[in-house]
Design a protein around this ligand. Structure first.
Ligand code: NAD
Length: 251
């Protein structure tokens, strides 16, 4: 029932993890892709060629989303190649440890620049095209940390909380232009970002707080992103879909 044929999606940080799983699921649904990657061109090329096996057009673009100029160039490239961007998935992010009393200005800025400003840059550059098209669909990847905080990752949690208020603000602001804006908020997902924690000494403590007693696969997060991008979700905007195995229930 989900068909994204002839649509165009730009996915940030799509060379691995949740971004990669989303790109491949979108490709299966027939969606053409712009795969943004930061530094691993080989991995991104592999994602693009796997996507093409589903018969879609898949382009790569290297950009550091924390650099507005690079994001501007990426959106220009995307609209030149495809004439439109139907779906923007703001997935790229970083998650770094920093106790508040030792957090340096550089650490704080890095997280805010990637996780929050990077999302703003992609949205501010894409939205004028979506307004012209009279349609659009923006999906931001937040986190459970954005709703209930996360010790020793306060800069991350604050950036992800801001993504939720950004989503809600823009859902109302852009609704008259037929642009929907939503969030997916994952709990623990087994990706490069979290693998060390999920296999390290805190493993049992982490898993016992998740009612389903395991971390998600990236594909389990991608499913909700695809749903929000699809015509099954045409009346959903300003929403946060939690995908966390029931974890928020446990505080
Ligand atoms: P990941 O580390 O595998 O992927 C993150 C991607 O973002 C990578 O491809 C990386 O290269 C890219 N990226 C980082 N900085 C970038 C920059 N400046 N410009 C462009 N790309 C950049 O991790 P993931 O788990 O797939 O994370 C995807 C999203 O999901 C992130 O926003 C993350 O915060 C969120 N998330 C992850 C978890 C988890 O447990 N893994 C939980 C909640 C939310």
């Amino acid at each position: 029932m989900i068909n994204l044929k002839d649509r165009v999606a730009l996915i940030t940080g799509a060379s691995r993890g949740i971004g990669k799983a989303t790109a491949l699921l979108f490709a299966q649904a027939g969606c053409n892709l712009i795969i943004n990657y930061f530094n691993n061109e080989k991995a991104a090329s592999e994602v693009a060629s796997c996507a093409r096996e589903f018969g879609v057009t898949s382009k790569l673009f290297q950009a550091d989303i924390s650099q507005k100029k690079q994001v501007d160039e990426m959106i220009r490239y995307a609209t030149e190649k495809f004439d439109k961007i139907d779906i923007l998935v703001n997935n790229a992010g970083i998650w770094k440890y920093a106790a508040i009393e030792k957090m340096t200005e550089e650490q704080l800025k890095e997280t805010v620049e990637v996780n929050l400003l990077g999302v703003f840059y992609a949205i501010t550059t894409t939205v004028p095209h979506m307004i012209k098209q009279r349609s659009g669909n923006i999906i931001n990847i937040s986190s459970t940390a954005g709703q209930r905080g996360e010790p020793f990752h306060s800069h991350y949690a604050a950036s992800k909380g801001a993504i939720i208020s950004l989503t809600k603000s823009l859902a109302a602001e852009l609704a008259p232009h037929n642009i929907r804006v939503n969030c997916v908020a994952p709990g623990w997902v087994d990706t490069d970002m979290s693998h060390a924690s999920l296999t390290g000494e805190d493993k049992e403590e982490i898993l016992q707080k998740i009612p389903l007693k395991r971390a998600a696969t990236p594909e389990e997060i991608a499913g909700s992103v695809l749903f929000l991008a699809s015509d099954l979700a045409t009346f959903i905007t300003g929403e946060v879909i939690n995908v966390n195995g029931g974890e928020v229930l446990c505080g």
